[in-house]
Design a protein around this ligand. Sequence first.
Ligand code: KIV
Length: 273
Amino acid sequence: MSTTGHTKRITTAQIEAMKGSRPIVSLTAYTTPIARLLDPHCDLLLVGDSLGMVLYGMETTIGVTLDMMIAHGRGVMRGVNHACVVVDLPFGAYQESKEQAFRSAARILKETGCDGVKLEGGEEMAETVAFLTARGVPVFGHIGLMPQLINTAGGYRSVGRSEKEAGKIRRDAAAIADAGAFGIVVEGTVEPLAREITATIAIPTIGIGASSACDGQILVSDDMLGLFTDFKPRFVKHFAELAPLVSKAAEAYAGEVKARSFPGPEHTFKLKN
Ligand code: KIV
């Protein structure tokens, strides 16, 4: 973590300024070793609360706590020297009041050294976003499909097909941009709406299941690597198939342990003569 201000990592202002240049490359990261591998290729790494499902086997992100986000945020920061790092505010850590949001965001910034926080919500969170940004907290928005609203939304489904839903998402995008966010995740919505929002608001849109019309893209890294295979939404592409490789390696290890062929002489400490 840099405490001197001499970081060479991409800043939140640079992310914002990338709108209209080239597509912004973003992935989630939750641990130091994976962050180290992804960092050279990414503009932005998100310590997403998807870690609840991906790492902890939870069914939703609702059970993720602020302490979990901070622990993983610290781990990611140890592996990064290039990308801008944003940590998710988890469910229950910001919705109660703008003051609660500030206290949670301040803990994340102070205890991880990351560059900004992300929160879900549109018009109803705009006042909170303005409160945070006015007090030195860079904020990334998240609209469209919002996984933290699963219990009221009634399931994970793409949104914005009806004029009523599209109108709400348009207003959400404008409200979060006007409140001072430096970028916004647009999740699970139809291409024409993502294109329109991207053309209308002044900050970058980062799409996940929102088409190539966005200013950048993000995927959950374990999805992209083919490691998380519980289910595969339409918008996910596996750029590798690591799950079978891990299985095969574990099988080979088990075979060698049982056959006593591992550890071999080259892995064994000897007495010196
Ligand atoms: O938690 C997360 O990983 C996210 C991304 C899917 C955008 O919010």
